[in-house]
Design a protein around this ligand. Structure first.
Ligand code: DGJ
Length: 727
């Protein structure tokens, strides 16, 4: 999300913000109040619920109402948290800027020089003439109520470089935020939530993998005790960056607390020459008094407001990976394309295995030429066939990687990231191509450009299957993660510039690169290599905290999952994938006509619902029985909604109780009905609730929220779909 027109000045001050000494940004139920009176950096008087249209004197009174003065002899000056914590101002916690110049200038204290507002961005310029550093803080409040924040530091010394170690913009959270929430994960089990009390000390989530990481915390959130999807006050941070990073939640012994985030710079990675500057990635802050769903909705709204947000209906995908793996055969793939088109697929994606030497995953990465031994006429026969069936053609690539067993590695061993006079161990038999070498960058750009051009590729599945370890630049071995990350961004941006309309999927062994930095230049993420529907219930739920469903790829796989060996009914697999960007990753050539017809019914349902699912408000329900999950999407005008009621395990109670549906219009009377083919779950016939009949039942929105709808008695790993329309 760049500074697009979706970000507007949300100011209630006069055109010269410094005249009032206070700046009030407010939008969508959020206020951010900055105190500009001090000669130093502005303090944050409030980030949280909207305060209304208060006059400047009342805003400034926040200082007297809610801030403790210095108590001499008891405790020293208590600086109010600002947008960048300063040790020199007496902040005893983690400083926002750390660095040094030959052991000096390590504790800057900035004096504010100017504050201006332009196109919705507040720019605070400051300098420390002693440390000879300049600073620019940029703050925005988007229409959806998200705070965006980034910092630039400039080396003003005429002769000496400045070695920057960290730049961590921050936002304060109040003492009422007593619980922390973040996410972790691993390959095939991305995005597992973790909670802990927000006590004194620092909770630091770092990523040193050179990519966002399967274990990355999409959000670091602090909230009031027991906050859930629909309740409690929550303050959350996200960092829009795809390289190494650090998120921090810190509570001081004074009780003050902040959330902070920035790039994690490797030793010596950011040495600023005289006059040079560094800008941190954007940090996003989302506040809500309606729990995690409220936090999430702000991200969804902001992403959807981007000019570049995909607005065409998200096409049904057939991805060949779990259907054929490396076994590329034109006749087989042609038949797969025929059956895909018959089922209603709109985009056919040829996965790994099409290029030179790539008969398995141990060779070929880097040799981005169609393998003439498998494809003597190039990809044209397949591409033409796919197009002839009315489908778009997509292609898998992994441009940042190189197999030592490849022509490219043999020709350019110096293009492999390494340091310390050694080469990192292979992971999946591969190394990382150093895109900060202009030769490597130009070569990859030329290859991708040529392939996209020759085959009219509409969609690239852009993979990234190993961490960056010892990622040094040849020949000196200097750390290269920062520049590599920027090079990847530049590569994607340039390709999209040359091929308008080209869509890119961010895949990194599944969900290893999910962040708003990569999403500035990609159109969906592959949330996980695990398409076991039970795992995907969780992975999709938590990935969806940050991303709206249309940006998350979710596929129907084989009856028996290739990654977990669990077996699931089609209704469970398809009903799980239905809500996101729906696809199929399954060898349809081995399925009976009846099975394919059943799949086609799900494809048709997705096409019928995707307008609603990909524009409405996402709702996740807190249900007392952890075995029963419910989530749904409510149309913006609240005239229609779809919910999935899912048994993720065996419910404890024999009667599962009601599910209270949030987000509906309290005054509207809705008709509730099961939504075929999502009405056939096993277990329901033991006791079918009244709404699970073709004519359904009617009820008012307020009743559905306060009383709820009776859940059916599902067998484990079964789901039913509930459709609500205005009666
Ligand atoms: C990892 C991806 O996540 C899979 O979907 C598949 O594309 C393989 N790589 C191909 O090697």
């Amino acid at each position: 999300m760049t500074g697009t027109p979706s970000h507007r000045p949300a100011l209630s001050t006069n055109p010269d913000p410094t005249a009032d000494g206070v700046l009030h940004l407010t939008a969508a139920g959020v206020s951010l109040v900055l105190d500009l009176r001090s000669p130093g950096l502005p303090a944050v008087l409030h980030w949280g619920a909207a305060l209304g249209d208060l006059p400047p004197e009342e805003l400034l009174a926040l200082d007297r109402v809610a801030t403790m003065p210095e108590v001499v002899g008891v405790f020293g000056p208590v600086p109010r948290p600002g947008l960048l914590a300063e040790h020199g101002a007496g902040w005893p916690g983690t400083p926002g800027l750390t660095g040094q110049r030959h052991g000096r200038d390590w504790s800057p204290l900035f004096a504010s020089e100017s504050v201006d507002v332009e196109d919705g961005t507040v720019r605070i310029r400051a300098a420390d003439p002693t440390a000879r550093l300049g600073l620019v803080l940029e703050v925005e409040l988007t229409d959806s109520g998200l705070v965006r924040l980034r910092t630039t530091v400039r080396n003003d010394h005429p002769d000496l470089p400045y070695s920057l170690d960290a730049l961590l913009p921050s936002l304060p959270v109040p003492g009422t935020a007593t619980e922390l929430f973040d996410l972790t994960g691993r390959w095939c089990r991305e995005r597992s939530p973790q909670r802990q009390p927000f006590t004194v000390g620092a909770r630091v989530r770092e990523a040193r993998r050179g990519r966002t990481g399967h274990d990355a915390s999409l959000l670091l959130a602090a909230g009031t005790a027991g906050f859930g999807f629909g309740s409690g006050e929550v303050w959350a941070l996200h960092l829009a960056w795809s390289g190494n990073h650090r998120l921090l939640a810190e509570r001081l012994a004074t009780g003050q607390a902040v959330l902070a985030g920035g790039e994690l710079l490797l030793p010596g990675e950011m040495v600023l020459a005289p006059g040079e500057q560094y800008t941190s990635p954007w940090v996003y802050g989302s506040y809500s008094d309606q729990g995690l769903d409220g936090v999430s909705a702000r991200f969804h709204d902001d992403l959807r407001a981007r000019p570049a947000h995909p607005r065409e209906p998200r096409p049904v995908v057939l991805n060949t990976w779990e259907a054929v793996y490396f076994d590329h055969d034109l006749a087989k793939l042609t038949e797969l394309a025929d059956l895909a088109a018959e089922a209603g697929v709109e985009r056919f994606v040829l996965d790994d295995g099409w290029f030179r030497h790539r008969r398995h995953d141990r060779a070929g990465l880097g040799d981005w030429y169609v393998d003439e031994t498998v494809w003597p006429k190039g990809l044209h026969p397949l591409v033409d066939h796919v197009r002839g069936l009315g489908m778009e053609f997509g292609l898998w690539v992994e441009p940042e990687m190189i197999n030592p067993d490849s022509d490219l590695a043999r020709a350019h061993p110096e293009w492999i990231l390494a340091t310390g006079g050694r080469r990192p161990d292979d992971i999946r038999s591969q190394q990382v191509l150093d895109l900060t070498h202009s030769g490597a960058y130009d070569h990859i750009l030329e290859r991708l450009d040529a392939l996209v051009g020759e085959y009219g590729v509409g969609y690239l599945k852009w993979d990234h299957n190993r961490d960056l370890i010892d990622a040094g630049h040849h020949p000196g071995g200097e750390p290269a993660v920062h520049r590599q990350t920027l090079a990847v961004y530049a590569l994607m941006d340039e390709l999209r510039r040359r091929h308008p309309g080209l869509e890119i999927e961010s895949c990194a062994s599944g969900g290893g690169r999910v962040d708003l930095g990569i999403l500035e230049r990609t159109d969906r993420v592959w949330a996980s290599d695990c398409i076991d529907a039970l795992e995907r219930q969780a992975i999709n739920r938590w990935t969806g905290l940050l991303l709206p469903p249309e940006l998350v790829g979710s596929h129907v796989g084989a009856d028996r999952s290739h990654t977990t060996s669990r077996t699931h009914d089609l209704a469970f697999r398809a009903g799980t994938a239905l809500f996101q960007h729906f696809g199929i990753e399954w060898d349809l050539t081995r399925k009976t006509p009846a099975e394919r017809a059943e799949l086609a019914r799900w494809v048709a349902l997705y096409k019928q619902l995707r307008g609603l699912l990909h524009s409405g408000r996402v709702v996740r329900i807190d249900h007392p029985d952890p075995a029963l999950w419910a989530h749904g999407v409510v149309a913006h005008d609240r005239s229609e909604a779809v919910f999935a009621l899912t048994a993720v395990a065996t419910p404890v109670a024999s009667l599962p109780g009601t599910v209270r549906l949030r987000g509906l219009d309290p005054d509207t009377v809705y008709r509730l009905r099961p939504l075929p083919p999502g009405d056939t779950a096993s277990g329901v016939d033991r006791a079918r609730p009244a709404w699970m009949t073709p004519q359904g039942v009617t009820a008012r929105g307020s009743v559905l929220e306060r009383v709820g709808v009776q859940a059916p008695n599902l067998h484990p790993e079964q789901l039913v779909l509930l459709h609500l329309t205005k009666a």
